[in-house]
Write a protein that binds this ligand. Structure first.
Ligand code: GLU
Length: 440
C-alpha cells in the first residue's frame, strides 16, 4: 500500500512552496487509496511552536488536504536514539569535536586548493584518550554518520536517474553536541518505521536523499521511491525565498484566493498539463502524474490565482455563499438575486461588499455634462423603491417616450447614473436590488 507523508517543521506558516510538497504527496496517496501522514518535524524545541502546528493543520484543512494520521517527531525521540545506538554498534557513527570555526577554516583551505569542501574525517583518527581529553575540554561532540564512499544511485520520480558520489558529500551530523537529534536521522527512522513508500520533496533535499539512502540501508530498511520537485521562483525567475513570507497560505486566503484555485494551479504548475479550474481533489488527483513535471525551476505568479478564483465564484451556486451574503446584510428575499447579479462581476468574495454598498447606498453617479438634463428628467420619471423585475423596462420606456432618446444614448447615461460604471450586471436585475432611489 502507498504511504506518503508531508513533513513540515512547525517553525513558521506554510507557503506556496510547502503546498506543492504537501499536495504532491497527498495526491499520490489519494490516487491509490493509500495513507497520507502529517508528520510534524519538531525535533528543534527552540524553533518549533504549537501555534504553527495549529496553523499548519488549519491551512491544510482549508484546502481539504486531510491526513490519515499525525505523527510528531518530538514524541519519538527514543526511536531515534535507538537507531543511533544501532549505527554506533555497527561502526557507522562517530563523534567529532571540531568547532564551527575550525570547520569553516578547513572548508576555506580546501576551496583554496580547488578541492570540494568535504569534511576530512579527522575525527576518525582520534584515539579514545584523545576523545576523552576533547570531551573534557569542549564538552560532548557531534555525531556523524560514516558514509560508504561509493556512488549512491536512485531513479528519481521527477529528475530521472541520479548518481551521487558519496565521497563528495560530508559525513552528515545526525546528533548535535547538545544531544538534539537532527532531521536527517529522525526522518529516515520515521520513513522506515512508518512504511513510507513515496517521498516527494523539494530538490534542495537531493543531497540529503543520497545520505538518507545509505542510512536507511545501514539500518536494514528499504529506501522509499524518491522524487524531487523543482523550487518555485517569481514570475521573472527571481528567487522567492525572501518573499515566501508573504506567500503563506494564510496570506493568500486573506487576499480572497479560493482553495480550489490554489489547488488547481499548484497541482499542474511546472508540468506539461494545462492549468484548469478543478472543483474537487478527486478531479485533481485523476489527472495528476508526477512524471509530467519538469526539473527546471517553476515560475509562480500570485496573479494567476485571481482568474481561477473568479472562475470558481462565477460558477458557484447561491447555497455556497449564502452565509457570506447574509453577513453583508442583504435582506433574505434579495439574497439569491444579489448573488446572481454580483457573481459574474467579482474576482474574490471580498468584492461582494462593494456591490452591496452600491445597491444599498447608491453609487457615486457618473453623469456627462451633456447628459445632465436628460438624466434629471429621467430620474423624475422613476418612482421610489421597492423596485421589481419590470422596473427597468417600464422606466426606460417612459423615458424614451418623454425624451425621444433610444438605444445606447438612452441606456448608457442611465446605467452610469445608477451604477457609476459603464459595464456590469443587467440593469433589469440591478433595479430590484436598489434599496434607495438613485441620487444625482
Ligand atoms: N521537515 C523537512 C522540511 O521541511 C522535511 C523534508 C522531507 O520531506 O524529508 O524540509
Amino acid at each position: 500500500m502507498t504511504v506518503t507523508r508531508f513533513a513540515p517543521s512547525p517553525t513558521g506558516y506554510i507557503h506556496v512552496g510547502n503546498l506543492r510538497t504537501a499536495l504532491f504527496n497527498y495526491l499520490i496517496a489519494r490516487k491509490t487509496g493509500g495513507t497520507f501522514i502529517l508528520r510534524i518535524d519538531d525535533t528543534d524545541p527552540d524553533r518549533s511552536k504549537q501555534e504553527y502546528v495549529d496553523a499548519i493543520m488549519q491551512d491544510l484543512e482549508w484546502l481539504g488536504l486531510t491526513w490519515d494520521r499525525v505523527e510528531r517527531q518530538s514524541q519519538r525521540l527514543d526511536r531515534y536514539h535507538a537507531a543511533a545506538d544501532a549505527l554506533r554498534g555497527m561502526g557507522r557513527f562517530y563523534e567529532a569535536f571540531e568547532t564551527p570555526t575550525e570547520l569553516d577554516l578547513k572548508r576555506k583551505k580546501q576551496l583554496n586548493m580547488g578541492r570540494p569542501p568535504v569534511y576530512d574525517r579527522a575525527a576518525l583518527d582520534l584515539s579514545e584518550a584523545e576523545k576523552d581529553r576533547l570531551r573534557e575540554e569542549r564538552g560532548a561532540g557531534v555525531w556523524r554518520f560514516k558514509l560508504d564512499q561509493q556512488r549512491i544511485e536512485w531513479a528519481d520520480g521527477i529528475l530521472g536517474d541520479i548518481s551521487i558520489d558519496a565521497a563528495s558529500v560530508s559525513d552528515p551530523v545526525l546528533i548535535r553536541a547538545d544531544g538534539q537529534v537532527l532531521y536527517t536521522l529522525a526522518s529516515v527512522v520515521d520513513d522506515t518505521e512508518m512504511g513510507v513508500t513515496h517521498v516527494v520533496r523539494g530538490n534542495d533535499h537531493v543531497t540529503n536523499t543520497a545520505t538518507q539512502i545509505q542510512i536507511i540501508e545501514a539500518l536494514g530498511g528499504t529506501p522509499p521511491a524518491f522524487a524531487h520537485h523543482s523550487l518555485l521562483t517569481g514570475p521573472q525567475g527571481e528567487s522567492l525565498s525572501k518573499r515566501l513570507g508573504t506567500l503563506s497560505l494564510r496570506d493568500l486566503r486573506a487576499q480572497g484566493i479560493e482553495a480550489e484555485a490554489l489547488l488547481s494551479l499548484m497541482a499542474r504548475l511546472g508540468s506539461s498539463q494545462p492549468i484548469e479550474l478543478r472543483m474537487s481533489l478527486d478531479e485533481i488527483a485523476d489527472g495528476f502524474d508526477l512524471s509530467q513535471f519538469g526539473s527546471a525551476p517553476t515560475k509562480f505568479d500570485v496573479n494567476d490565482l485571481f482568474p481561477l478564483t473568479a472562475r470558481k465564484l462565477h460558477g458557484l451556486p447561491f447555497s455556497e455563499v449564502a452565509e457570506d451574503v447574509a453577513a453583508l446584510g442583504v435582506p433574505a428575499e434579495k439574497a439569491e438575486l444579489f448573488w446572481h447579479v454580483a457573481r459574474d462581476n467579482i474576482t474574490t468574495r471580498a468584492d461582494l461588499a462593494a456591490w452591496w454598498t452600491l445597491f444599498s447606498q447608491g453609487a457615486e453617479p457618473r453623469i456627462a455634462e451633456e447628459d445632465r438634463a436628460f438624466v434629471t428628467e429621467a430620474m423624475a420619471l422613476l418612482p421610489d423603491p421597492p423596485y421589481g423585475p419590470e422596473t427597468w423596462s417600464r422606466w426606460t420606456a417612459a423615458v424614451k417616450e418623454a425624451t425621444g432618446r433610444k438605444g445606447k444614448g438612452l441606456f448608457m447615461p442611465l446605467r452610469r447614473a445608477v451604477t457609476g460604471r459603464d459595464r456590469g450586471p443587467e440593469m433589469a436585475d440591478v433595479m430590484p436590488l436598489l434599496q434607495k432611489k438613485p441620487h444625482l
